[in-house]
Write a protein that binds this ligand. Structure first.
Ligand code: NAP
Ligand code: MG
Length: 408
């Protein structure tokens, strides 16, 4: 296809490259689906772990800045270095998680959404539509101070204001016989408000109801603060927008929310406090099938947005690939990261052809799987079982054949 015939993407898209097996898949996606059809400028940032090391991780910060500049990014999975990785790649140090760096720069909230196909059913038979999880990724038990109490004594909670005045001090427990444990946690109004706004923005974007549950009957100040900020933000800034979009916001107690989710058909955005989100996103991930059938979107309260797969770099498959062995790695979440970003780009730029391109590519992916052509992770879950397991590139070529026909 000549340049003139390709679909024009008006604004550059921020393309953040990554590591291992997903890096291989990333290149295949661009070569097979993006470059042949789109006249697109990619603002490319290479977050290969060696590149991060060479630039003292500046490239990660630049990538985050680029998302703020252009609005939309798509990110490949990246290694978060630990001691083994420092040795493996001879790195200067254990660089921080790129996702955490970008999340902090964008003040973003992560939403995970399963990708459904007809021949792989959810473990909960009633779930027919995706349940999107939004996890508050700041504070609570993830930023705690905790101590082992060695023996009898009292634990107190106190707060000193900026002028040095003690505003409150209260005994939380008197240990009378023997020790135990204590823990201090916190959150900030600013972070809770950003979280509430990101959830409301994303519910509008996805046109689904927003559910939020906490335990404010027991935690009458801490969890109640979350509830209050959600309800105030909704009343002041989102009530009318929700009414116009025909969607609803409802608050219920977290245990009630869980019970209702189980009985629901799905199709809502479930906003979770940090710990609830950690636990529930893994529960949903396995209940809907494979980690490779789950996308992840980072939404900032200012509307910047980054799309990625929910899984990691699929290290074990990469080692096989390096040895020249065949792999059957599922590319669906990576492809959906691209289509999600392109659809958003098209919506912002008012270029319906770009939106249509994304929709068609997703359709080609889903139809390919529903016709029985799938990788090993899905073959184990599918009903009926496919007669053969497709290899990584072989599967992508099957999608490409279908997609090319659709685009003719
Ligand atoms: P992982 O890459 O998600 O893989 C864990 C296992 O899940 C794989 O071994 C594979 O199981 C299965 N799996 C995941 N994605 C798959 C796919 N697309 N197709 C088929 N199977 C898939 O997690 P990890 O091995 O714990 O982490 C590897 C690296 O990724 C780490 O260095 C970590 O820091 C990084 N990571 C990055 C991100 C991110 O950038 N968003 C997120 C998580 C982890 P089988 O081996 O049984 O086939
Ligand atoms: Mg977890």
């Amino acid at each position: 296809m000549s340049k003139g015939e390709k679909i024009k993407v008006k604004t550059p898209l921020v393309d953040i490259d990554g590591d291992e097996m997903t890096r291989i898949i990333w290149k295949m996606i661009k070569d097979k689906f993006i470059f042949p059809y789109l006249d697109i400028e990619l603002a490319y940032y290479d977050l290969h772990v060696k590149k991060r090391d060479e630039t003292d991780d500046k490239v990660t910060v630049e990538a985050a800045e680029a998302i703020k500049k252009y609005g939309v990014g798509v990110k490949c999975a990246t290694i978060t270095p630990n001691k083994d990785r420092v040795k493996e790649y001879t790195l200067k140090k254990e660089w921080p998680s790129p996702n955490a760096t970008i999340r902090a720069a964008l003040d973003g909230t992560v939403f995970r959404k399963p990708i459904l196909v007809k021949n792989v059913s959810a473990a909960v038979s009633g779930w027919k539509r995706p349940i999107i999880i939004g996890r508050h990724a700041y504070g609570d038990v993830y930023k705690n101070k905790e101590f082992l109490v060695p023996g009898p004594g009292k634990a107190e909670l106190m707060f000193t204001d900026a002028e040095g005045k003690v505003l409150f001090k209260e005994v939380i427990q008197e240990f009378k016989s023997g020790g135990g444990v204590i823990q201090g946690i916190h959150n900030t109004d600013k972070s809770i408000k950003s979280f509430a706004k990101a959830c409301m923005e994303y519910a509008l974007d996805q046109k689904v109801d927003l559910w939020f549950g906490a335990k404010d009957t027991i935690s009458k100040t801490y969890d109640a603060r979350f509830r209050t900020i959600f309800e105030e933000t909704f009343a002041k800034e989102y009530k009318e927008k929700f009414e116009k979009a025909g969607i609803r916001f409802n608050y219920t107690l977290i245990d009630d929310t869980v019970a209702r989710i189980m009985r629901s058909e799905g199709g809502m955005l479930w906003a979770c406090k940090n710990y609830d989100g950690d636990v529930m996103s893994d529960m949903l991930g396995s209940a809907f099938g494979s980690l490779a059938m789950m996308t992840s979107v980072l939404v900032s309260p200012n509307g910047f947005i980054e799309y990625e797969a929910a899984h990691g770099t699929v290290q074990k498959h990469y080692y096989k690939h390096q040895k020249g062995e065949k792999t059957s790695t599922n590319s669906v979440a990576c492809i959906f990261a691209w289509t999600g970003a392109l659809r958003k780009r098209g919506e912002i730029d008012s270029t319906p052809k770009v939106v249509e391109f994304a929709t068609k590519l997703e359709k080609a992916v889903l139809e390919t799987i529903e016709s029985g052509i799938m990788t090993g992770d899905l073959a184990n879950l599918a009903d009926p079982k496919p007669s053969k397991v497709y290899l990584t590139e072989e599967w992508m070529d099957a999608v490409k054949a279908r997609f090319d026909k659709m685009m003719k």
